[in-house]
Design a protein around this ligand. Structure first.
Ligand SMILES: CC(C)=CCC/C(C)=C/CC/C(C)=C/CC/C(C)=C/COP(=O)(O)OP(=O)(O)O
Ligand SMILES: O=P(O)(O)OC[C@@H](O)CO
Ligand SMILES: [Mg+2]
Length: 253
């Protein structure tokens, strides 16, 4: 089973997943990641996401290598542009920024990346990427030159996701942006969840186990945590517990 098939199967079984986002630019030395990598393995983290809006260092492949050398947790590239491709990862979110109207991020970068990806063994996961307003301007909104969907426009978000699914996208990623002041509301997650069937990834500003649980309860199939773990890796234990608790009760039903 490849990654997208396993996400679909988990969704059908009511099981949730957790991913840790590593921004290569914030890693001074790849071995510094070992504490987080070990914690991830002890706490049954499902995926590592690696990427950033702007990756200025040459760390991307070093980060992927560091994870692959230590654990078997799949590494999924979460690229901000077509330069963030590394063939040692397991998969790539082939993101189309469907909340925006910037052709470069709807199809342009993809044309450049496609022949490069074709020469790798990366599993390609066509993913609708939707930015939701979260208060202050995030790196993604600034870099992508797009306007996020207003956080109280539930049907705009739902119809965007619906159209993305009709176009054949295999997963949907609702993002408040890394380090968001406000995480995505339960009502927003629930309205997008109702509109689609594909696995729903939710991230941005999830920095407590309560927020993590709320996102799962509202319908997220996978939550992504980045900034909060950069500051406090041990928070993972508490958040992973919530996911584990949820999955145990799903298994009992
Ligand atoms: C098709 C390929 C290979 C690339 C294009 C990919 C697209 C369309 C990206 C959409 C826009 C974008 C810039 C997404 C970046 C998402 C990302 C990796 C965010 C991680 O957080 P940062 O934005 O780096 O947060 P910080 O400000 O905390 O560094
Ligand atoms: O860094 P945080 O705020 O956890 O966000 C994770 C990810 O969804 C950002 O694209
Ligand atoms: Mg970044």
């Amino acid at each position: 089973m490849n990654i997208i098939q396993s996400l679909r199967a988990r969704r059908e079984a009511g099981k949730k997943s957790i991913a840790i986002l590593i921004d290569p630019d914030k890693v001074e030395e790849p071995s510094h990641l070992n504490q987080l990598i070990n914690l991830a393995s002890e706490n049954c983290v499902d995926f590592f996401f690696v990427g950033g809006s702007l990756v200025t260092t040459i760390n991307l492949s070093e980060v992927v290598k560091q994870i692959k050398q230590n654990v078997t947790i799949p590494v999924i590239l979460f690229p901000g542009n077509s330069m963030q491709i590394d063939s040692s990862a397991d998969a790539i979110l082939f993101l189309s920024l469907i909340s925006g109207r910037n052709p470069e991020l709807l199809i342009g970068q993809h044309v450049i990346a496609a022949p490069v990806i074709r020469n790798t063994k990366l599993e390609v996961i066509p993913t609708g990427y939707m930015l939701i307003n979260s208060g202050r301007t995030t790196s993604v909104a600034y870099i992508s030159n797009t306007m996020p969907i207003p956080d109280d426009k539930y049907s705009l978000a739902a119809c965007t996701a619906m159209a993305g699914e009709m176009l054949g996208l295999q997963a949907m990623y609702l993002d408040a942006g890394s380090g968001a002041e406000k995480e995505i509301s339960a009502r927003m997650i629930a309205s997008v969840r109702k509109a689609i069937n594909v696995p729903l990834i939710v991230g941005g500003g999830i920095n407590t186990s309560q927020k993590a649980f709320k996102a799962l309860e509202a319908g997220a199939d996978m939550i992504v945590i980045g900034n909060a773990l950069e500051k406090e890796p041990e928070l993972l234990i508490e958040i992973a517990d919530k996911v584990y608790e949820w999955n145990q009760s799903a298994a009992g039903q």
